[in-house]
Write a protein that binds this ligand. Structure first.
Ligand SMILES: [Zn+2]
Length: 318
């Protein structure tokens, strides 16, 4: 099953990134027209088109493709998808727009993190988008999607090219990576389990915490995450968990050994231990090894982002 329907004509589409139920795109339908929020990678386009077909929405009736931010697991498929949608406009943060026109910086940055082979394997080819089809979403800009207002909120902290989208009709938010990561494998009778994503290269703990507070101030009924799907219960409690984990992660990097060859592994271990401890407190029955496997991709990227932020901070204030 590559999609799941929710209230108010919202569907989660599994983009197939890394493993099932790891990254989502969202489909909104209004008056027989569609808006898509985040795209996954170039390899995800087939899934999005399959869901449009299953819903009998012609490609001509897709009005908007909205990107929460231009990290490639969210925006890597935008160029290829836009080629198949003749009438769609692409909505993106002003700081992300030029990277969608010419994705070379995104591609180079990803090769720097993953290497060329893994980059191709994860993301494939990334064509640019014609500048005339791009709408730059400044803070509080409202998109009129068939009379359904979609409000763009500038939400820095995970990345400074990040917007979240408030959908007043469903009283819900599309949070991209700003409201962390919550995998369904970690749900228990106590509810959802959540942790922040602090990936490179623009993570900023104070800005992220301010953005999380801003999201909660809307008192949403549902928060739709890219990783993964909609959260409906105890949203303020989950926000508290995010705040305390961001604080803990900052301590990990602050107290990491100075020896550069040791600090990455040190932070990994601290992060695994803390998250596994919290999972156990949450009533998770999965083995430690299974938890570590599920968390591995995020722990590695989170550690890189923390170190990047810390080194930048030290260079300025140290
Ligand atoms: Zn991201």
């Amino acid at each position: 099953m590559i999609y799941q329907d929710h209230a108010d004509n919202i569907s989660t589409i599994d983009t197939g990134y890394l493993q099932p139920q790891t990254a989502a795109a969202y489909l909104l339908i209004e008056n027989g027209h569609a808006a898509i929020i985040d795209t996954g990678t170039s390899y995800s386009v087939a899934n999005i088109l399959a869901v449009l077909a299953a819903k009998s929405i012609p490609v001509e009736a897709v009005d908007y493709v909205i990107l929460t931010h231009v990290h490639l697991d969210h925006a890597g498929g935008a160029g290829k998808l836009m080629q198949t949608l003749p009438n769609a406009e692409l909505v993106v943060h002003p700081r992300g727009a030029r990277h969608m026109v010419d994705p070379i910086k995104l591609i180079e940055g990803t090769i720097a993190v993953y290497g060329e082979q893994k980059m191709q394997q994860l993301y494939g080819d990334i064509p640019g988008v014609d500048e005339t089809r791009i709408i730059q979403a400044s803070d509080a800009m409202s998109i009129d999607f068939q009379g359904r207002a979609l409000l763009c909120l500038d939400c820095p902290g995970h990345a400074n090219h990040h917007i979240c989208i408030w959908d007043a009709k469903s009283h819900s938010l599309f949070a991209g990576d700003t409201f962390g990561v919550s995998y369904r494998d970690f749900d228990t009778s106590q509810g959802n389990f959540i942790f922040p994503t602090t990936t490179p290269v623009q993570f900023d703990p104070g800005a992220l915490q301010a953005s999380i507070k801003r999201l909660i101030s809307y008192e949403p009924d549902t928060i739709y995450l890219t990783h993964y799907s909609g959260l409906v219960t105890n949203l303020t409690g989950l926000a508290d968990d995010l705040h305390s984990l961001i604080d803990a992660f900052v301590v990990f990097v602050r107290e990491a050994p100075e020896d550069v060859s040791k600090r990455e592994a040190h932070i990994w271990e601290q992060m695994y231990r803390l998250l596994y401890q919290r999972l156990q407190d949450h009533g998770c029955q999965l083995s430690e090894e299974t938890c570590r496997q599920r968390l591995q991709h995020d722990v590695v990227l989170n550690t890189q982002g923390l170190l990047w932020w810390w080194d930048k901070t030290q260079a300025v204030y140290g």
